[in-house]
Design a protein around this ligand. Sequence first.
Ligand code: PHE
Length: 352
Amino acid sequence: MTDHVTPPSLEQLEERLKNIDTLDHDALEVESIAILGRKSGALTAALRSIPTLPVDERRSFGAAVNALKARFEEAFEARRSALEGDAGRSGLSGDLSMPARHTWMGAVHPVNQVVHAILGIFRDLGFSVATGPEVEDEWYNFLSLNFPPDHPAMDMHDTMYLAGPSADPQNRLLLRTHTSPVQIRVMQGGPPPYRVVIPGVVYRRDPFDASHAPAFNQIEGLAVDEGIGFVDLKATLTHFAHSFFGSAADVRFRPSFFPFTEPSAEMDIRCQLCAGTGCAACKGTGWMEILGCGMVHPRVLENAGVDSERYTGWAFGMGPARMCLALYGVPDIRMLYEGDVRLLSQFAGAPE
Ligand code: PHE
């Protein structure tokens, strides 16, 4: 006797067809074999049962089974690709045992780290932060700051002018050469006292060499109040240098000239690389120039609408990139701008 196989009724199979959309990956494969499997799948069994049927039923039953088989195949396929799509979206496809790819973590650039540190020291002294535009006009950048027209001091500040039909020939637009014009903007913004630090990028027609860059950061400082004198300038900037470089840092002030300060000075720090014995970084002098400073020229106060009989003040301007070189002993300013991770990764927070 041959085994008598009782195939499930076609109605029962219709029910199972409806459920396919709810099956997960494993249940789907089990169901697919249970329905279509060549040895004992339900539809295979139904087809095998055909010879046992009365002759006049065989043809219509066979056609019905084949039609159902096609619908099952389609439903399994549709469910399979839906599950694959879900897995792709949730990131679960692929080989989960593969090692993870290395990802780069960004870090704050060393020059910006120095900018933040400098602003923090002045914030502790009660200074607030101001900013101004990188495109200035000649009045803000030069004339308000007491540069006489065509003064040779402007040669140092040769920069890029912005030509254009709307450019006023008496007051052309340019890329600012220093952050000092923001002194004027701050003073125009309200009455004294002022205690501000002003970070920003400035532009000069400087060569790109070991100690110069044509676009670089500056931090300006301005303190204006009644009764402020040169001793406040010296004490504050010396305190700053000790906070930034450490209390053993040695500073000196040298007389200098800026049109917008009188008297003017330059502050040097004893070379951090050679401790003052003389090296390439300090050009053999043992000192590194850190910033320019001075008492705000009365004409600058007046140009900004501040009563110079009543108020006095001091200002400074420094280059954080040079401070960065001095602090970390980096020998060439260009190294800071090349984006070479062998240098950048040595600063905190960078990837290994
Ligand atoms: N603006 C000057 C410069 O760029 C620096 C400076 C600022 C000097 C404020 C004195 C006072 O060189």
